[in-house]
Design a protein around this ligand. Structure first.
Ligand code: NAP
Length: 345
């Protein structure tokens, strides 16, 4: 098929920043929309499953591997789509490294995604869980998601309003999981400086550094400083970022929980609901700076929400460590933590 090379029996460990998992039966890198279409029709002809991935920063592969075609997204593009004095629309290939995109927009003095600095992975992965950090979410600047619809076998442009965005969620990971292969995004950025009030951790950092002029670059630098002070670099430490989602409970439940645990932190999460920091629950359950000799897994000393693979041998080790944490939090608080990175297939 075309100019693409389909590889056989490839280890998936290099395609997950946790560096665990079995083999892919087939694997192919795609660099254009045409190649996406070709890869899908090849898999369809072979009657095998297919899946599109980015850099693997949010993927946990099973030890059994993937008995189909793994399509690795390398679609590159960066084009100004439209602009005027205030607005700037840019269309980006979904295989572009996200942080390089953020750096590029910030360099151009544009605001809208500067707080999403240093998030690992590809651009195309950001809408799937509506990536958010330090008060910004990708949905706030996303105008259009360009997709290959595997149902109709055609390309289409989904406006942001059709993507079912919510807190760390979208239709891409719920009702239409696996249906759309994201090939590009158009972002709506602004030719202006970021406006306060900022997310608390960010505001505190800026205040402490005595910074009072807020450019996109200043915010990017601050976010990078905060993140790198507490998160491991996935190129040197095997990890998938936050391993658990922050649980959301209703206001009645938090009152009950606080009878036994008056100190339990919680933040507003929409009408009638609050979110509890999973990191706090994990710490309280005894996993602060914890090394698990049995599995070769550990929690990151500066942020227990990040599980790291020190010398685990398999995904089974990771899942057994995960279960220890989930069980301990469940016993102590009656809250079931949900895994955030996707377990594939
Ligand atoms: P953090 O800032 O210590 O926050 C932990 C939890 O407390 C998050 O649920 C956060 O809400 C909430 N929170 C903290 N300050 C808040 C405030 N002023 N108002 C409302 N809620 C507040 O978390 P972290 O682990 O170091 O992560 C830093 C940022 O990156 C956070 O925004 C976090 O959500 C984000 N992050 C996102 C992903 C993802 O998109 N999958 C993964 C990892 C981290 P928010 O989630 O609404 O910020």
């Amino acid at each position: 098929m075309g100019s693409m090379t389909i590889q056989e029996n490839i280890s998936l460990q290099a395609h997950s920043t946790m560096r665990l998992g079995g083999n892919a039966r087939y694997l192919v890198e795609v660099t254009s929309r045409t190649e996406v279409e070709e890869a899908v029709s090849w898999a369809t002809e072979q009657q095998i499953r297919f899946i599109m991935i980015g850099d693997g920063s949010n993927i946990v592969w099973r030890d059994e591997g993937f008995d189909g075609l793994v399509i690795v997204n390398k679609i590159k593009r960066y084009e100004v789509f439209a602009e005027d004095e205030l607005n700037h629309y840019v269309t980006i290939g979904s295989g572009e490294n996200w942080d390089e995109v953020v750096a590029r927009t910030v360099q151009a003095g544009l605001s809208g995604i500067e707080a999403l600095s240093l998030i690992p992975g590809t651009t195309g992965a950001t809408p799937v869980q509506n990536v958010g950090a330090y008060g910004q979410e990708i949905k706030d600047t996303l105008a259009i998601v360009e997709v290959f619809d595997t149902k109709t076998k055609s390309f289409s442009n989904l406006p942001s309003s059709d993507c079912g965005f919510g807190y760390r969620t979208s239709r891409f990971k719920t009702t239409d999981r696996g249906r759309f292969l994201i090939t590009g995004l158009t972002l709506h950025l602004y030719k202006q400086n970021p406006q306060p009030p900022f997310y608390r951790a960010l505001a505190e950092y800026l205040e402490k550094q005595n910074i009072h002029e807020y450019t996109p670059q200043v915010i990017r630098d601050a976010v990078i400083a905060i993140r790198s002070s507490k998160l491991p670099d996935p190129t040197t430490v095997a990890n998938n970022g936050s391993f658990f989602a922050n649980p959301i409970v209703d206001e009645l439940s938090i009152e009950e929980l606080r009878f036994a645990n008056p100190e339990m932190p919680a933040w507003p999460a929409g009408e009638g609901y609050v979110k509890i920091p999973a990191a706090w629950l994990i710490e309280q359950a005894g996993f602060k700076d914890y090394k698990d000799l049995e599995t070769g897994m550990a929690t990151w000393p500066l942020q227990p929400l990040v599980l790291i693979n020190e010398n685990a041998k398999s995904t089974a080790d990771l899942l057994s460590f995960k279960q220890k944490i989930v069980g301990a939090v469940q016993t102590k608080f009656g809250i079931t933590l949900e895994q955030e990175p996707e377990l594939l297939p």
